[in-house]
Design a protein around this ligand. Structure first.
Ligand SMILES: [Zn+2]
Ligand SMILES: [Zn+2]
Length: 245
């Protein structure tokens, strides 16, 4: 088996600003550097989650430098999907201030319904120009029909997250993530591999996601944080596209 898959950034992390997370931004950065990473995105939970960050946290992120102790720093959010019409818990102008917006279903914010509802909700999210990444869509609690979701991501140039923590904390995710990843290969949808770290000890823990992607020979070229400098290139081109709109 080919064990050459490696990650160079962690783009889904939570700090103390999410009240059920346990490390500071500084500690997360130190952990990323100690793992040889060149970039990190801070993506605390949106204010729709009872213990998520407040809206002002996201507004003020712009005041932080773009480089922290030599690490490229991207200011992000994990916005909560609040209903199956695709409504998020953050205003569009707030999302527009950020470098990276992940949108995810969480049980604290939305009740699970049918596979059809979960699927159509994510298709609406894929069409939202303020969203970059669909988060942990392999969660069986919000089971989806993967193909139309991946197709919508292809049509709208969205990214799918392969959330390594899901394999442990959202049991049953591995089989669905595998299907999603195979479809990403077929539709050429890029992915990020992420830890969803809620503490410095989890940062960069991508092993479970990497093992699954290696088992299906997932192409390294489709992994945004899978080559040196590629994460930075992605954010540069995202910035250029936003400026041209
Ligand atoms: Zn999440
Ligand atoms: Zn998260």
């Amino acid at each position: 088996m080919n064990h050459s898959m490696k990650t160079y950034a962690d783009l889904h992390t939570h700090s103390l600003a999410s009240q059920h997370a346990y490390s500071t931004l500084s500690e997360l950065c130190d952990a990323a550097k100690s793992k040889g990473m060149s970039a990190i995105a801070l993506t605390d939970h949106g204010p729709g989650m009872p213990d998520g960050a407040i809206a002002h946290h996201f507004f003020c992120l712009a005041g932080l430098p773009d480089t922290l102790d030599g690490l490229h720093f991207y200011k992000g959010a994990e916005a909560n999907i609040m209903n199956y019409d695709g409504q998020l818990d953050m205003a569009d102008d707030l999302l527009d201030r950020l470098d990276l917006v992940i949108a995810s279903y969480h049980i604290e914010c939305i009740q699970p319904k049918s596979i059809a509802d979960h699927t159509s909700g994510l298709i609406k999210i894929a069409a939202n120009p303020h969203v970059d990444v669909i988060g942990h869509c392999g969660n069986p609690v919000f089971e989806i029909d993967p193909e139309p979701v991946v197709k919508a991501c292809a049509e709208n140039q969205k990214i799918i997250e392969i959330n390594s923590a899901s394999f442990k904390v959202r049991p049953g995710s591995d089989a669905i993530c595998r299907k999603v990843a195979l479809l990403c290969m077929a539709y050429k949808v890029p992915v990020i591999i992420s830890s969803d770290a809620h503490s410095k000890w989890q940062l960069g823990d991508h092993a479970a996601a990497i093992a699954m992607l290696e088992s299906i020979h997932f192409p390294q070229q489709l992994i945004i944080n899978g080559a040196p400098g590629r994460t930075e290139e992605f954010f540069e081109s995202r910035k250029r596209e936003r400026c041209n709109k």
